[in-house]
Design a protein around this ligand. Structure first.
Ligand SMILES: Cc1ncc(COP(=O)(O)O)c(C=O)c1O
Length: 427
């Protein structure tokens, strides 16, 4: 046992705490105290067992091996490869550089098909290398690339597809693999969210030419900053290792163009420490997820996005889809209500890469091809979860959502008035 489990190990699914905000006028937007005195964030970092981490840090200082393929990096790579059942796992300084290197090593050029409904790094990793990200729409059910829409986007300049396993839910890997093979395209996956998740029983990390993970501090498994490329292709792995280290093949021998993508030893120490408690973190995320599911099951227009329990999941995201005609509130109105209560829910991934720079200037009409992306990015909200959340906190958050939506007209009037007042002050 290496992390502290919060005391209440079950959720009620009913809102029974005395502090509960059952009346609309008790909500913080009406001037009441926020439900939580401190802000609750999405993606608060995990750090595992401190003693073990400190021992590893001390060892790094004692041995003076800080970076350059050190023993902790090598151990982390081996343990991750074992966890994923993949032949090669190459640790990197972050997920974005890992993606840039994977893109370059697989020879992508020209145009590459990607979703717009993702973190902007997926698109930037291409554009950074003068490769055009061609944004393809998603499936409204899965939030991942819609395989039926990919073929329309292929041109003579297309060299690859990058699928994103959003929220840790696997893309339709079979369909994407079939298209990539038939059209002779490289296939990569952005698996930033998907460590510990599976597709048809096989761990993510084994699909396409390579898959790329992020171990950023906000992820349930983090190395402060970090990432990795997983692949079963021996030659590709060797090439990626060279690229990660300036192309060095010996002390003075550079045989390839490269960059600095190395993970340092402190980061690897954090990764090794967290790996020891990974199952417990997932268990807590699963419990939190179940609490939200139960607490929101009867709230009209609020859907908690499902995971396929037949697969391995990390449950690191609790995602709501707000259906305004049924909930009475828009996603953004609900966000204002939650922020006032110090629940810092996030609009992941709003407004879609195609509406961010430089893409909105380069491709101003991209949205015409992305109706599902445009709709979903207006509806989705990520809620706080992770090891610092308790079922009691989650009950309170569910109650706030339930009270706000049940009194949507009243809440909306208040928000409109507050917005009017703010604009008057601004005048
Ligand atoms: C989907 C996705 N892709 C790529 C990245 C980039 O990873 P990093 O922050 O490790 O560079 C992130 C998040 O950070 C992400 O969520």
């Amino acid at each position: 046992m290496s992390i502290t489990l919060v005391p209440e190990a079950t959720c009620t699914g009913r809102n029974v705490l005395p502090k509960m905000k059952e009346r609309a006028e008790d909500l913080a937007i009406f001037g009441h105290e926020p439900t939580f005195p401190e802000k609750l964030h999405v993606g608060r970092p995990n750090s595992g067992e401190r003693q073990a981490l400190m021992e590893r840090f001390n060892h790094i200082l004692d041995t003076s091996w800080f970076t350059n393929d050190g023993p902790y990096v090598q151990e982390l790579e081996q343990r991750l490869a074992d966890l994923l059942g993949v032949r090669h796992c190459i640790a990197m300084c972050n997920g974005t550089v890992a993606m840039e290197i994977a893109i370059r090593a697989t020879g992508m050029t020209g145009e590459v098909i990607v979703p717009s409904f993702t973190f902007v790094a997926t698109a930037h990793a291409l554009q950074w290398q003068q490769i055009t990200p061609v944004f393809c729409d998603i499936d409204s059910r899965t939030h991942n690339l819609d395989p039926n829409k990919i073929e329309h986007m292929i041109t003579p300049r297309t060299t690859g597809i990058i699928g994103v396993h959003l929220w840790g839910r696997a893309c339709d890997v079979d369909a994407l693999t079939e298209i990539a093979q038939r059209r002779k395209l490289t296939l990569l996956f952005d698996a930033a969210h998907a460590l510990g998740c599976s597709y048809q029983g096989q761990m993510i990390g084994n699909f396409g030419n390579a898959e790329v993970f992020s171990f950023h501090a906000t992820k349930f498994f983090n190395t402060f900053e970090g990432g990795a490329v997983a692949t079963n292709n021996e030659d590709l792995a060797a090439q990626i290792r060279l690229m990660r280290n300036f192309g060095f093949a010996g002390y003075d021998r550079v045989i390839y163009i490269g960059t600095n993508g190395k993970m340092n030893e402190l980061s690897a120490a954090m990764g090794l420490t967290l790996l020891d408690s990974l199952d417990e973190v997932v268990e807590l995320n699963r419990r939190n997820y179940d609490c939200y599911k139960a607490g929101l099951s009867a709230v009209p227009g609020i859907e908690v996005l499902s995971y396929d329990h037949a697969e391995s999941n990390n449950y690191q995201y609790v995602v709501l889809v707000v259906n305004e005609p049924l909930s009475g509130l828009s996603r953004d109105e609900l966000l204002s209500v939650l922020h006032a209560e110090n629940v810092i829910a996030r609009r992941y991934f709003y407004p879609g890469c195609h509406r961010m720079e430089p893409y909105r200037s380069y491709y101003p009409h991209a949205g015409l091809m992305l109706p599902v992306t445009e709709a979903i990015s207006e509806q989705v909200l990520s809620l706080p979860t992770g090891t610092s959340m308790t079922p009691a906190y989650i009950d309170e958050i569910c109650q706030v959502i339930s009270t706000a939506t049940a009194n949507s007209d009243f809440v909306r009037q208040r928000l409109v008035k507050a917005a009017d007042r703010a604009s008057e002050i601004g005048r």
